[in-house]
Design a protein around this ligand. Sequence first.
Ligand code: KG4
Ligand code: ZN
Length: 401
Amino acid sequence: MKILSVETSCDETGISILEVTGSKNPTFKVLANSLNSQIKIHSPYGGVFPALAKREHLKNLPILLERTLKKANLTLSPTPAKKRIDLIAVTSGPGLEPALWTGIVFAKELAKKWSASRRIPLVPVNHMEGHILSVFAKDKKEFQIDKLNFPILSLLVSGGHTELVLMKDFRKYKIIGETLDDAAGEAYDKVARMLLLPYPGGPEISRLANQARRSSIPLLRGGSLARRGGKFIHLPLKGTPQEENFKLPRPMLYTKNFDFSFSGLKTAVLYLIRDLQKENPNILQNEKIKSEIACEFENAVVETLVYKTKKAIEKYNVKTLIVAGGVSANKHLKKEMQKMTKELRGKSSLKRPCLSVLFPSKKLSGDNSIMIGIAGYFKYLKNNKKTTRAGNIKAEGGLRL
Ligand code: KG4
Ligand code: ZN
């Protein structure tokens, strides 16, 4: 079966064609994958501008379709059995509604056009489910559902979401924690803007933070958390110079739930920069100081994500951890998650020797249409191949798992 999938939830236009064989343990082969990023267009605004995103998707979709079909050796009117598209999957939410609609309308038109001789089902897909399943997108490898170790916990970290999702059974999702304000990726983007770094901020901050970690004179590295007057503060290692300047909070670290909050951290960076600028108005021209701020900010985000994820693993006796979404490309986050899961595996008393952690490949950590095709296929199977009527498919900006 050939699946054509369309992704337009934010600032990436994606179309891919997957060949799937088998239903119990299916194998997905990527026949063609096209992705067009609008980063350069949105960069001057420091974030995604919905009207521009819509305009770009409208322009790019027909171009990408032609390119993708050609790469997969298919034609625009795939009627002969071998050249046929059998299923169309499209992101219906969450995301920017004007952007989502472009993909949905495009997919509906294709389904209608290609259904002349045989109806082609159209499946609306939740973008966040796509991110979760992106870790299984191993070309030409079997997706071994019967070998998945449940419960599975997914930490989804992207520009619009920060969620901890528990899966006790395949495709049965329960959000056990989420951000109350900014998403982790959003905080990265906003802090990058404060540091005069380009959009998207994640890779830029991460580059600077790694630079600071490698630097021979650590201004602020390591340290610990301590309770002071009911508040948790960061205590840097003894003897580190300027330690007082670079303390940032670890938001909601010790709350009993699994929710996150990153807007206070973002404001703390704003105040920190403001205070530093009082002493030296050109402080942001100092690359070293900028790297130190980036490093402390990244440490605060990663520590919080790792701590809450660990607590959730312990509480729900999780066997598999998935970390996905744009921020999962972050090297420091990856390293700390691996360290934490290794430590938990080492605690034999916890009977968690099989705890494993999965990340998507770098290419699939950000938005893409391959993950939408995979999620679309499983949804199609689960609904016994019955699909939503095309007329009922609509963009849902706030769609939840
Ligand atoms: O999943 P994604 O591509 O789009 C959404 O669905 O939002 O995530 C984009 C987010 C952006 O905020 C970007 O700054 C962040 O992922 N990001 C990173 C890194 N690469 C991308 N954040 C931290 N470190 C990275 N290496
Ligand atoms: Zn995404």
